[in-house]
Design a binder for this molecule. Structure first.
Ligand code: G3H
Ligand code: 13P
Ligand code: ZN
Length: 348
């Protein structure tokens, strides 16, 4: 059997391995948020079509929405349906160590401990708090072979319930100390992006996005995989389609794909995309509801929504360069990953 994590008969890959491989191949891997079956099917269909590894991530909100058991079994179904695809199940924005430990118990192969904010998900924390909680999670997770993402600096944007609303860009020297003290596998950096659809009022350039920080951090931490949160590109055609079908979104700009590609050239390996999938699904649902006013079979609406999710995710897999890399490697088991961590404990 090709894969050997612990969740399912057809188990899951770890973030550490998938990002190590991405670094070796010089590409980025999209991390797409999932809340329900159609989103997950769209993501997995895209991975199969483009032959790409994929990170499927669930927020606390997603776990609450779907219910932990539904989510867990949906992922099992996904991994059984696409046995060729290295698939990571990642916790997005864990608010406290207990949440990360719960996710590990559920079978997640990767967790984010977002200690850049206090457990309320809004108030910026101090550095010592961030180091303490992240290190605690890394020790527990690594003992089980599970990967850990930390965050240093804070993103803007509070409309989705995450973030302080103020931006504190990541300090490269502090990043070095943070990685050394916590042992994280991946580091989310704040370079001026924010969550949600309303990121920028004009196309962002070098003044707005601190891409130089990515280069600087990569120079100091060449082995650490960087994560870009808030990386939806907010395609204008999706916004226009939603509005043409009765929606009311304001004019807005996302992160241009070229900026993300520049990040990938300098060590960004995980690229978080949620909003683009939400926009694609909403556009397709609105159009289908308008086009078939007498239809009441929900499948008539969810089918185009799932196809729209697949289309935008496949596009990102091509954009980030992960397409074609699904078969590059054999997935390591959680036990193998745990043994690897045991050989190089934090601070050793
Ligand atoms: O980082 C935020 C993601 O877009 C998840 O959002 O908490 O509404 O599920 P959510
Ligand atoms: P977007 O809102 O830009 O899709 O960002 C998603 C994200 O960072 C999830 O952690
Ligand atoms: Zn995020």
């Amino acid at each position: 059997m090709r894969r050997a994590g612990s969740l399912a008969p057809m188990p899951l890959a770890t973030l550490r391995q998938v990002l190590d491989e991405a670094a070796r191949g010089g590409y980025g891997v999209g991390a797409f948020n999932v809340n329900n079956m159609e989103q997950l099917q769209g993501i997995v269909d895209a991975a199969v079509e483009t032959d790409s590894p994929v990170i499927v991530q669930a927020s606390r909100g997603a776990i609450a929405y779907a219910g932990p058991n539904y989510l867990r079994h949906l992922i099992i179904a996904a991994s059984e349906s696409a046995p060729r695809i290295p698939l990571v199940l990642h916790l997005d924005h864990g608010d406290k160590p207990e949440t990360c430990l719960m996710a590990i118990e559920l079978g997640f192969t990767s967790v984010m401990m977002d200690g850049s904010l206090l457990a309320d998900g809004r108030t910026p924390s101090d550095y010592d708090y961030n180091v303490t909680v992240t290190r605690e999670v890394a020790e527990a997770a690594h003992a089980k072979g599970v990967s850990v993402e930390g965050e240093l600096g804070t993103l803007g944007g509070i409309e989705d319930g995450h973030g302080s609303g103020e931006v504190h860009l990541t300090d490269p020297d502090q990043a070095v100390d943070f990685v050394e003290q916590t042992g994280v596998d991946a580091l989310a950096v704040a370079i001026g992006t924010s969550h949600g659809a309303y990121k920028f009022t004009k196309k962002p350039d070098g003044e707005v996005l601190a891409m130089h920080l990515i280069e600087e951090i990569h120079g100091k931490l060449p082995e650490t995989h960087m994560v870009m949160h808030g990386s939806s590109s907010v395609p204008p055609e999706l916004v226009d389609r939603i509005n043409a079908a009765g929606g009311k979104l304001e004019s807005t700009f996302g992160v241009p794909v070229e900026e993300i590609q520049q990040g990938i050239r300098h060590g960004v390996r995980k690229v978080n995309v949620d909003t683009d999938g939400r926009l694609a699904i909403t556009a397709a649902l609105r159009e289908a509801l308008n086009a078939h006013p007498s239809e009441f079979d929900p499948r008539a609406f969810f089918k185009p929504a799932r196809a729209a999710m697949k289309e935008v995710v496949a596009q990102r897999m091509n954009d980030f360069g992960s397409a074609g890399h699904a078969g590059d490697y054999e997935v390591l088991s959680l036990e193998q990953m745990a043994a690897r961590y045991a050989g190089s404990p934090v601070g050793a």
